[in-house]
Design a protein around this ligand. Structure first.
Ligand code: ZN
Length: 153
């Protein structure tokens, strides 16, 4: 889903809730996306994040011919774990199991900070769980709480 993959958590949440109210059977497939979106939508922005949003908004309102005068805002997206604006990292950037910093949030350090319709799906999460893709314990605790799998680790 485009809104989700582009970190537009508010619009994604709106659409996911509409889908859920139209078809309750979708719940097992989409509850995790909804949880992530609700978490980020309810996470307050820091002062730096607010000024980044304001500057980006202002910059995008300038006519194109005048934009060259102003520095272009960086391509920052809200981390799906902590909600801070961080550099966008393509969700499939590999870490090869040891370069964990290559795909981690600058602020909270958690791996795979960008939302991904594929990797945040039940299959994607199960793959990451059994492969041991993440550092830290939060991802595994949450997965075990959701699915109660036979732990492989
Ligand atoms: Zn983060």
């Amino acid at each position: 889903m485009v809104f989700y993959d582009f970190c537009n958590y508010g619009l994604a949440l709106n659409n996911l809730q509409k889908a859920l109210s139209a078809a309750k059977k979708l719940y097992p497939l989409i509850f995790y996306y909804i949880r992530i979106c609700e978490h980020i939508v309810s996470t307050p922005l820091t002062i730096e994040d607010i000024s980044y949003e304001k500057y980006s908004e202002k910059y995008n309102k300038y006519p194109k011919w005048i934009r060259w005068i102003y520095p272009k805002p960086k391509n920052l997206m809200r981390c799906k774990w902590c909600g801070r604006y961080t550099d966008y990292i393509y969700p499939n950037v590999p870490t090869y199991g040891f370069m964990k910093g290559e795909n981690s949030c600058t602020f909270c350090g958690r791996m795979y900070p960008m939302p991904s319709w594929l990797w945040d799906s039940p299959d994607g999460r199960a793959y990451s769980y059994f492969r041991g893709s993440f550092n830290g314990e939060e991802f595994y605790w949450e997965f075990e709480k959701d699915y109660d799998p036979k732990p492989k680790r």
